[in-house]
Design a protein around this ligand. Structure first.
Ligand code: ADP
Ligand code: MG
Length: 491
């Protein structure tokens, strides 16, 4: 496998006073499994519920309660592993990770340590103008903890156990990334894949996807430097910022002759700095051991194959198909497949039509309009059928590109059938040469001086075209106007 490590280029180096430094990044992403019920109990995972309303006796760690594995969460982890082109382990083990925290009533988290459900895989990313593979080390299943609430009362803290026991997938990358852009592209791509698979909704604002960001720096070619882990970064923008400031901090220390202490840090986005949370010396000894309440997790290759057969088309394959089937540029195709909802929309517009024209209208006009109004494509006021009808009118020369933009505005804000609107509002392009000749004659008659000038200076033609377009309300077919003008002006 080609990794970023073998492909890294000088452009990823941060120039320092005493030479260039290379940043090395590895990510541990926690993705909440899309599932109605928790990993070991039947409680609901619904977001935003009344505190402690989705807590079973298992989630509250009542003595004697036994965890029962949720098959759907296991299937989701396998699907994700397959989507990440990873090794699926037919036998894995749940371990107890022991620590004390008020929002962890069991006194341990059930996780997977030495034998995770998913092993090595890879994710293809595009960043810094190149395509590269980032290695995935592993994916394991684990429980989420509850949540401590400190701002409800001046004297007390509260605990909400709704999240306690919710299934998480921890997806650990290899230290293969060499720039903040690559790390951002990795998380973006991972989120896209999870959404395609339907195994995690990827909603970072709700905390359903969060990343621990490991950063070290080194002189290229040297062994890996000591890393710091920045915990729980919850937006793609902050991941980029945290890496930049943390790399800078480490370089400054090393250039001043100091050394990096391996530690866990927090990114403070308000101050734009990382702060120490705990050092390696204080790091927990989790005393992992196999959970005696749970048997090893085992399933057959046949089961994995069934899940594999039902996977949807994934973004890389979809992009390749769009390039091939619709003649799109890789860039346009990549924009369209970033969300499967926009890819579906595009295909509904492109079906039976000119793919490139459809892609232009979706990527430029539609996405531009959606972004401007902060709307998701699933909330688009214009349906794929309506945009398709606009594309048809352009393709058949019924309307000009300029009129098409006006039509887009009308359909966007008022709705309706594009073809009917063109008909009823007289927006049809005038290709009838008789009508165009009349308009040209009028302009020529009104501007004898300009006609003289144009004979000496043929570039004046543009001015005449503009006049004719204006007098026809933009509806004249520009090619026809050009032809008629050239003939009449003798150019
Ligand atoms: P732990 O489980 O103690 O956090 P791991 O070895 O599993 O440690 O690594 C966790 C993450 O740190 C992985 O994503 C890995 O790629 C990354 N990582 C390991 N070494 C480095 C390093 N020197 N610089 C940057 N990232 C690193
Ligand atoms: Mg870690």
């Amino acid at each position: 496998m080609t990794t970023a490590a073998t492909k890294s280029k000088a452009s990823h180096l941060i120039p320092g006073a005493t030479g260039d430094w290379e940043v090395v990044i590895g990510l541990e992403v926690h993705a909440q499994v899309a599932s109605n019920a928790k990993l070991f109990s039947g409680s609901s995972t619904a977001f935003g519920a009344e505190p402690n309303s989705h807590v079973s006796l298992v989630d509250a760690a009542m003595p004697g309660m036994l965890p029962v594995i949720n098959k759907e969460c296991v299937a989701q982890a396998i699907r994700t592993g397959l989507g990440l082109k990873s090794q699926i382990n037919l036998r894995s083990i749940f371990d107890r990770k022991n620590y004390f925290y008020p929002d962890l009533p069991q006194g341990y988290q059930i996780s997977q340590f030495k034998h995770p459900i998913v092993g090595e895989g890879e994710i293809e990313i595009d960043a810094d103008g190149e395509t590269l593979m980032v290695g995935v080390e592993r994916l394991h299943l684990e429980q989420d903890a509850g949540k401590s609430l400190h701002d409800q009362h001046p004297d007390y803290s509260y605990v909400d156990l709704n999240r306690s026991g919710v299934a998480l997938m921890e997806i650990v990358s290899k230290p293969d990334m060499r720039s903040s852009k690559q790390a951002q592209a990795y998380v973006t791509k991972l989120r896209t894949i999870l959404r395609y698979l339907g195994t995690c909704d990827g909603d970072m604002e709700k905390g359903n996807l969060r990343a621990d960001v490991n950063v070290s720096v080194r002189k290229p070619g040297s062994p890996l430097g000591t890393r710091c882990e920045i915990k729980n970064v919850n937006s793609i923008r902050f991941i980029g910022q945290a890496i930049e400031v943390e790399a800078r901090r480490q370089i400054d220390i090393l250039e001043a002759g100091g050394k990096i202490d391996q530690e866990t840090r927090l990114y403070d986005s308000a101050r734009g700095e990382t702060r120490s949370m705990r050092s390696k010396e204080e790091a927990h000894d989790y005393r992992y051991f196999p959970d005696p309440d749970l048997l090893p997790l085992e399933f057959t290759q046949n089961y994995v194959d069934q899940l594999k057969a039902s996977l949807p088309e994934l973004p890389d394959e979809k992009r390749a198909r769009f390039v091939e089937a619709y003649g799109l540029s890789t860039y346009d195709a990549a924009v369209l497949v970033a969300e499967h909802t926009s890819a579906d929309y595009f295909e509904a517009v492109a079906k039976g039509r000119d793919g490139k024209l459809a892609a232009n209208w979706v990527n430029n006009e539609l996405f531009g309009r959606l972004n401007k109004q902060g709307l998701d494509i699933t909330d688009s006021p214009m349906s794929a059928a309506q945009l398709g009808a606009i594309v048809d009118l352009i393709a058949s020369n019924a309307i000009s590109g300029k009129i098409a933009k006006d039509l887009f505005e009308i359909v966007w804000s008022e709705g309706g059938d594009p073809a009917q609107i063109v008909e009823s509002r007289g927006m049809k392009q005038v290709t009838d040469t008789g009508a165009i000749e009349k308009a040209v004659d009028d302009i020529i008659a009104a501007n004898p001086d300009k006609v003289e000038q144009a004979k000496a200076k043929p570039s004046m033609l543009g001015w005449f075209v503009g006049q004719v377009m204006k007098s026809t309300g933009g509806k004249a077919n520009p090619a026809a106007v050009n032809d008629v003008l050239r003939a009449k002006l003798g150019l």
